[in-house]
Design a binder for this molecule. Structure first.
Ligand code: SAH
Ligand code: SF4
Length: 342
């Protein structure tokens, strides 16, 4: 599988070919991705036939679109049966691709469909970067109109906890930056608070963005939503986020899923304001997308507005994230849940 090979070692897959072939192939894989090997026009046809079935490390199983074609969701299936999902959102001046870093997730946040499924396995660096290449090929082929024809922004907000799969995620980011020409500033790693991973990321040479999924502003409440909070309580997560901010001089964002009657009180907003101030962080609220295994509901719109009001009243930069693709289950792990028949 071509993406499962390190881009600097592609020669090994091309015995008997001249040395420049590996460069040509690498350009097709990373600089100008295409959906089929047939489109790699400068490769000899015998080689194209040989490589034909080896391009993608997964098969496309389900493709759905919403928002008048400006949201696309893909469910890929690997040869060992693992499901990978990615969501592409097009806007007039940018495209944002949401990618997965693991199959399932071991961290078990109560409101998250991926967490409810448990952990299956890590994704390889090539399986992560291939999601980006697939979206690039789709856009280059005219798959979405009214937005740029390249992936401009990448968020690790699909299935899995990227910082629990550090080495492979790191290698995928390296390939995006060094091989695909994607700016580090356009890549956002979202974590539920794996503090050691946040510190490692702070020490990397890249100016990537960090999003911290907080969901609660005191340990008592947070532990009920995010089991990992027992291991890395708020104070430690905040310290690691501060370390990132100080190392990169890049504003961290705080993600907060709004769950009716659970974490949407004014009291939580006041406590969150204090944290956001200390970190000089931007707060993104996300209305809960209901999942099959809990009765939780999204906060009503009026409550979200009031919560935003408390934050803004205290001088915190806060926005409500738009929920693209609701009708196609485009939230964390949900298409997979549907495909599995649950
Ligand atoms: N594991 C990482 C990244 C993947 S989850 C993390 O937790 O940050 C990406 C984002 O989706 C997180 O902010 C998470 O809180 C949010 N999310 C998970 N389940 C959700 C749901 N049912 N509704 C709305 N947002 C959800
Ligand atoms: Fe894992 Fe993130 Fe879902 Fe929590 S919210 S279970 S960390 S994917």
């Amino acid at each position: 599988m071509l993406y499962l090979t390190n881009p600097e070692q592609l020669e090994a897959l091309l015995p008997g070919e001249p040395p420049y072939r590996a460069d040509q192939l690498r350009e097709w894989l990373y600089e100008h991705p295409v959906l089929t090997v047939k489109s790699m026009t400068n490769l000899p046809s015998a080689l194209r036939s040989e490589l034909a079935d080896r391009l993608w490390p997964f098969a496309l199983e389900v493709e759905q679109s919403a928002d008048a074609g400006m949201t696309h969701k893909w469910l890929f299936r690997t040869p060992d049966g693992a499901a990978i999902e990615a969501v592409l959102m097009g806007y007039p001046r940018r495209t944002t691709l949401c990618i997965s870093s693991q199959v399932g997730c071991a961290l078990g946040c109560t409101f998250c469909a991926t967490g409810q499924f448990g952990f299956e396995r890590h994704l390889e660096a090539g399986e992560i970067v291939a999601q980006v290449a697939f979206a690039e090929a789709f856009l280059a082929g005219g798959g979405m109109n009214g937005c740029p024809d390249r992936v401009t922004n990448i968020v690790f907000m699909g299935m899995g906890e990227p910082l629990a799969n550090y080495a492979r995620v790191r290698e995928s980011i390296r390939r995006m930056i060094e091989q695909m020409g994607i700016s580090a500033r356009a890549i956002t790693v979202s974590t539920v608070g794996v503090a050691p991973g946040m510190r490692r990321l702070a020490a990397e040479p890249w100016q990537v963005n960090l999003a911290v999924s907080l969901h609660a502003a005191d340990d008592e409440l947070r532990t009920t939503l995010v089991p990992l909070n027992r291991r890395y309580p708020l104070e430690e997560v905040e310290a690691a986020a501060m370390e990132f901010f100080e190392a990169k001089h890049r504003r961290v964002s705080i993600e907060w899923t709004m769950i009716a009657g659970v974490n949407d009180s004014d009291d939580q907003a006041v406590k969150l304001s204090a944290i956001a101030h200390r970190l000089r962080a931007h707060v993104n609220l996300i209305a809960l997308n209901p999942t099959p295994l809990t009765p939780d509901l999204p906060s009503p719109h009026r409550r979200i507005e009031a919560f935003l009001g408390v934050l803004r009243g205290r001088g915190v930069n806060a926005t409500l994230r738009d929920t693209r693709g609701r009708d196609i289950d485009a939230a964390c792990g949900q298409l997979r849940a549907r495909a599995a028949g649950s």
